[in-house]
Ligand binder design. Structure first.
Ligand code: GLU
Length: 474
């Protein structure tokens, strides 16, 4: 591994939006490339036009960019799609299929869908795995060509060895071996001339110089076939590693239908890209450093042989942990980019951000805090009982102290408020916090008092006083 330039890739089929499962595979591939100082390729596998969703091609790129997973080769304004999009590469596949046919490593197969269905049913009844029985593999090439030219639909199948064991060393799962006899001859070209997934995928990896493939374990059984295919075409196959699937809380594999863990919906719900990558990079992958890491930091630790082989369960509680880490680490400038409320004076914006940052679970919540602390029109009091319990005198005294010394340090202000009102700890702070913010929890009270404009503070205390007075006289 050491002397070659490592090149990995993410090769999604654009049949829908990215979800946490396929994104995790992309992330692992990116981390491997960066760990090795290599290159990362994005390739769009749209050879199966029936499953094509063109919006998904844009969506996949937007999601990867948002998460910081940049690619060295792939879609780009000045890049011809022939370098990254399978639907633009049909010529390349057709030529390779022809080469295999000429070499005798592939053959035309005329078996009808009915015959294949009957064969499968027979095999199933006998408790055997489905496998093409090689019916057309013995046809003479000239006869096969003639039938095809006569208009009979034909697929192209790769001739696989029928004895011995096919083995390879999986980057994640270690030594793998499968009996050649268990694998039928796979279709590499459909009757309409289009390339089958297995064929286009392997050929692209070879032609693009991919050295390491990390992909979902659902592709494990394709690997021996693809290795044979590439060897027949004279290519060195890449190293393959098969990553366990991500399952939902119910244990079922995530799919494009698992909207809740679609990357776009996580973004809309306010999750930060750093939180998502830190969570997914650690899902089924031990990372000793428990701090929030950037992508390069995560790449430094990455080793595919340490990835877990069992399914990884998506856990929102863990994602939320990384979200709060990401929120605490957010630079002030990013936080302020979410602040559109004009009522916060420019020189107070930093103080507001510092004040509320520990209380944020999403960056855009800073806007709501700005309104809560700086909007004179906001009427923040929801529950009147605690205000009435504190009494009108309490608010009168608090107002007096704050008007005289509201800019004093909290360590001075708090004992002053306590001694003036005769209320200590929560009995002093709770009604005061409620009167000022309308909430029973929130940022440090001393800081709230310092940041909130005096006119707003006074108006809110007067309002609390009026409520308490109405309670007193009731
Ligand atoms: N297009 C395939 C998929 O989305 C890629 C498989 C691979 O990574 O080799 O599952």
């Amino acid at each position: 591994m050491s002397n070659i330039t490592v090149k990995t890739r993410f090769a999604p089929s654009p049949s829908g939006a990215l979800h946490a499962g396929n994104l995790r595979t992309a992330l692992f591939s990116w981390l491997l490339a960066r760990h090795k100082g290599g290159k990362f390729v994005l390739r769009i596998e749209d050879s199966d036009s029936a499953r094509l969703d063109s919006a998904a091609i844009e969506g996949i790129q937007a999601d990867l960019r948002w998460l910081g997973l940049d690619w060295d080769e792939g879609p780009g304004e000045a890049t011809d799609p022939v370098h990254w999009r399978q639907s633009a590469r049909t010529e390349i596949y057709a030529q390779a299929a022809e080469t295999l046919l000429q070499q005798g490593d592939a053959y035309l197969c005329f078996c009808s869908a009915e015959r294949l269905a009957a064969l499968r049913a027979q095999q199933q009844a006998a408790g055997k795995p489905p496998r093409y029985d090689g019916c057309c593999s013995g046809l003479a090439t000239s006869e096969a060509k003639q039938r095809q030219q006569g208009g009979e639909p034909a697929v192209v199948r790769l001739r696989m060895p029928d004895r011995g064991a096919l083995g390879f060393k999986d980057l994640v799962r270690g030594s793998q071996s499968v009996a050649a006899a268990a694998l039928g001859d796979p279709i590499i070209q459909r009757a309409d001339g289009s390339a089958a997934f297995l064929f286009a995928n392997a050929l692209d990896d070879a032609k693009m110089g991919i050295t390491h493939v990390l992909r979902g374990e659902d592709h494990l059984s394709n690997t021996p076939r693809q290795q044979i295919l590439l060897a027949r075409l004279g290519y060195e196959p890449p190293h393959y590693g098969h990553v366990s699937l991500v399952v939902g809380a119910d244990g079922a594999p995530l799919s494009k239908r698992s909207g809740a863990v679609g990357i776009a919906s996580l973004r809309e719900a306010g999750y930060r890209p750093e939180a998502i990558v830190n969570y997914l990079a650690r899902l089924g992958n031990p990372v000793a450093d428990e701090q929030l890491l950037d992508l390069n930091g995560l790449a430094e630790h990455f080793d595919p042989s340490r990835l877990s082989r069992s399914p990884a369960r998506f856990d929102f509680a863990q994602l939320d942990h990384w979200q709060s880490e990401a929120m605490s680490a957010l630079p002030q400038s990013t936080l302020l980019s979410y602040l559109h409320f004009p009522g916060v004076p420019v020189d107070q914006r930093g103080a507001l951000a510092d004040l509320v940052q520990p209380n944020l679970s999403r960056a855009d919540e800073i806007e709501a805090w700005a309104v809560r602390l700086f909007d004179p029109a906001l009427i923040p009091i929801a529950d009147e009982k605690p205000l009435q319990k504190a009494g009108a005198t309490f608010f009168e005294q608090v107002d007096g102290v704050l008007n005289d010394s509201g800019d004093a340090d909290w360590s001075v202000l708090r004992p002053l408020l306590e001694s003036t009102t005769g209320q200590r700890g929560g009995a002093m702070m709770k009604p005061l916090r409620l009167a000022l913010t309308g909430l029973s929890h929130g940022p440090a009270l001393g800081e709230v008092i310092r940041v909130m404009p005096a006119t707003i503070r006074q108006a809110r205390l007067q309002r609390a006083l009026a409520i308490a007075a109405a309670g007193d006289s009731a």
